[in-house]
Design a protein around this ligand. Structure first.
Ligand SMILES: Nc1ncnc2c1ncn2[C@@H]1O[C@H](COP(=O)(O)OP(=O)(O)O)[C@@H](O)[C@H]1O
Ligand SMILES: O=P(O)(O)OC[C@H]1O[C@](O)(COP(=O)(O)O)[C@@H](O)[C@@H]1O
Ligand SMILES: [Mg+2]
Length: 325
């Protein structure tokens, strides 16, 4: 018989993402509507280990659907990577009577969720990361807002770059994932995109392209560099300027990409996914990740989800090159 769930815990973990608050709100209100008690766990797995756990009512999630960040705060908790930390987390769930847990985060957070499920705490993961790097889902909460923020910022860099007939190297987030970079490459009309997942143009090839572009009459060059590519943005900009004589600037967009009011797309998926996570817990499910694939909300076993591989779309990568000529 499925385990009866009385108290549901919710935490946010890893890098924050716009829409996490909408997910928390959906978890709290769906659980309350089913007569469950809800507790919020502060600072991801840190708060789980230390017992920074507080009961949440409907009013605690008022006025947050439009806010970026996460009202529960988030953290990267090294202690939780070790079995002792995971055991302490599971024990704290028992102390607070948490029999179902929703973990909103990325692939790292899901590894922790899988461990907790193995220790007897029914746990469901909801994909929250601006990186879009979770293989089982076409969508992760925060990506839509983040990529729009980056695109708008790059449009602004492009204006001044064109006025000054400069080259711009713009670095976007993505330590291991190039989705933001690829989307910006296409939607900002960049001359080149450098991704962690690809063998990119060498410095020599890039410089040659820039010189050829000048000879063709192009007034500016825009290079989007993902944080995790092999190129350092500042050094690359210096090198381009040195060799081509074209004034070149590096702009690192950084954490502004993680903040801001979530888009309608992020709010909608965040609300649906948070609510589905509670439904799954109430059905007695554990060790699952909520996903959105080909227009449908689904759920996958966490281990299966973590084993799936996601690769950059070759079609979109090729398109970024075709459209840059
Ligand atoms: N292998 C693991 N086992 C248990 N917990 C993990 C593991 N990897 C990551 N975590 C936990 O998840 C947290 C967030 O992971 P991280 O990779 O930083 O972000 P994200 O979840 O956004 O990918 C880590 O700080 C740690 O507490
Ligand atoms: O907040 P920090 O520690 O600077 O981390 C930056 C990293 O977090 C991200 O913004 C999001 O990554 P996660 O969602 O996996 O945590 C990456 O794009 C970036 O490389
Ligand atoms: Mg991650």
């Amino acid at each position: 018989m499925a385990k009866q769930i009385n108290t549901i815990g919710v935490l946010t973990s890893g890098g924050d993402a716009p829409g996490m608050n909408a997910t928390i709100r959906a978890v709290v209100r769906t659980a309350l509507s089913k007569g469950k008690k809800v507790v919020g766990i502060k600072r991801g797995y840190n708060g789980l280990i230390s017992g920074d756990i507080h009961e949440m009512g409907s009013k605690d999630v008022s006025d947050i659907i439009q806010r970026g960040g996460t009202i529960l705060h988030t953290a990267r908790c090294l202690e939780f990577i070790k079995p002792e930390g995971q055991k302490r987390g599971a024990e704290m769930c028992k102390v607070f009577g948490i029999d179902g847990l929703v973990v909103i985060g990325g692939d790292g957070s899901f590894k922790g969720a899988e461990k907790l499920a193995g220790l007897g705490i029914n746990t469901i993961g909801v994909p929250g990361t601006i990186d879009l790097d979770i293989a089982c889902t076409d969508y992760t909460i925060g990506f839509d807002t983040a990529v729009n923020t980056a695109m708008e910022a790059i449009d602004k860099v492009r204006d001044t770059s064109t006025s000054h007939e400069r080259c711009s190297v713009v670095e976007v987030m993505g330590r291991d994932a190039g989705y933001i970079a690829l989307w910006c490459g296409i939607t900002n009309g960049a001359e080149a995109v450098l991704l962690p997942e690809k063998k990119n143009m060498s410095q020599e090839e890039l410089i040659r392209m820039i010189i050829e572009n000048r000879n063709k009459g192009k007034r500016h060059n825009l290079i989007i560099n993902a944080e995790g590519s092999s190129e350092d943005s500042v050094k690359l900009a210096k090198k381009i300027e040195e060799v081509t004589g074209i004034s070149t600037r590096a702009t690192i967009l950084g954490h502004l990409q993680r903040g801001g009011s979530p888009s309608a797309v992020d709010r909608m998926h965040a609300s649906m996914m948070g609510s589905i996570a509670v439904d799954l817990l109430c059905e007695g499910k554990s060790n699952r990740v909520v996903a959105y694939k080909e227009g449908q909300y689904l759920d996958y076993d966490i281990n299966e989800a973590l084993a799936m591989q996601k690769s950059i779309s070759e079609k979109r990568y090729d398109l970024s090159k075709i459209l840059s000529i």
